[in-house]
Design a protein around this ligand. Structure first.
Ligand SMILES: [Zn+2]
Length: 289
């Protein structure tokens, strides 16, 4: 039995190398797809499980998505705290070692909602993204050594783009630091932490559970006291809760696209998303109340 299993694996490796079949790479969300696409360059296009409008916290996998996981040679995902529903399919379907959780990349800046619960929205810190492209290149190179030089070169280029991005976002948010925000769900911690913005309160918690009336009236008090510079909602989510919150006040409210829903998929999505977030945030916080 063991011999048979070994020979099947060997056959798979030989056939894979001989036909130079492209590596099948799968990602969870569009921003991660974008980072992997930067590293893969012309070698191939990574797939993505969730389109930009899907709420990654709550997903029922379709059969086509289960098949995509089963066919993947490599998976890059944020990790179980963002998409708990993906942990089991990855354990049972993907080849051992093929699933790469970005939250587990050594050196990643991690924020916590409380002692036990990591904030999963770590892609919204471009310094994390810069770290991740190295880890992505290493995994790609070990699965596909033929292209390892290309992956390394592309990762180095991506790191320059991501460094410039951080500098530019700092510049565009310069002068609005210290502006207090209310956010629709607890997703902007990393962005605020990197760019020195203050999140006074969130409408829903980190898993995007619905807020109660007492919580809403407490937030309205904050706005009434003029302590809030901007209310940020999630792009694509219903904004009636935001309207309940801001009704009667002149506080600015903007939707922020934190998952690249508005942008074409691929290597430009991630930098464009961070740039758009910084510009929109800066406009909202700076506007007169
Ligand atoms: Zn979220």
């Amino acid at each position: 039995m063991r011999i048979f299993f070994f020979s099947v694996l060997t056959f798979w490796h030989i056939s894979h190398a001989a036909t130079a079949e492209p590596l099948r790479v799968l990602t969870d969300i569009a921003p991660v797809q974008s980072l992997v696409a930067m590293v893969m360059g012309n070698v191939g296009i990574p797939g993505v499980l969730l389109d930009g409008n899907a709420d990654p916290h709550h997903v029922q996998l379709r059969p086509s998505q289960v098949r995509a996981i089963a066919r993947a040679d490599l998976v890059f995902w944020v990790g179980e705290p963002l998409t708990p529903w993906l942990a089991d399919p990855l354990k049972s379907i993907v080849r051992p070692g093929a699933a790469n959780a970005m939250l587990k990349v050594p050196g990643t800046t991690l924020l916590y909602f409380d002692k036990a619960q990591v904030d999963p929205h770590a892609w919204l810190d471009p310094e994390n993204a810069r770290l991740w492209v190295d880890a992505i290149a290493t995994s790609l190179a070990s699965a596909d050594p033929v292209h390892s030089d290309t992956y390394r070169t592309n990762a180095n280029r991506a790191k320059i783009i991501l460094s410039d991005l951080t500098v530019r976002a700092h510049k565009s948010l310069n002068g609005v630091q210290g502006g207090n925000l209310i956010t629709a769900h607890d997703s902007l911690g990393y962005f605020a932490n990197r760019f020195n913005l203050t999140i006074m309160a969130t409408l829903a918690d980190g898993e995007a559970a619905a807020p109660g009336p007492a919580h809403i009236s407490a937030l309205r008090k904050l706005i009434a006291n003029n302590d809030i510079a901007c209310v940020v909602s999630d792009y694509g989510q219903p904004d009636d809760r935001i309207r309940t919150l801001t009704d009667g006040f002149s506080v600015q409210s903007i939707p922020l696209d934190t998952s690249g829903a508005l942008l074409p998929a691929g290597p430009t999505l991630y930098p464009d998303m961070i740039r758009a977030m910084a510009d929109a945030m800066s406009g909202c916080v700076a506007s007169p109340r």
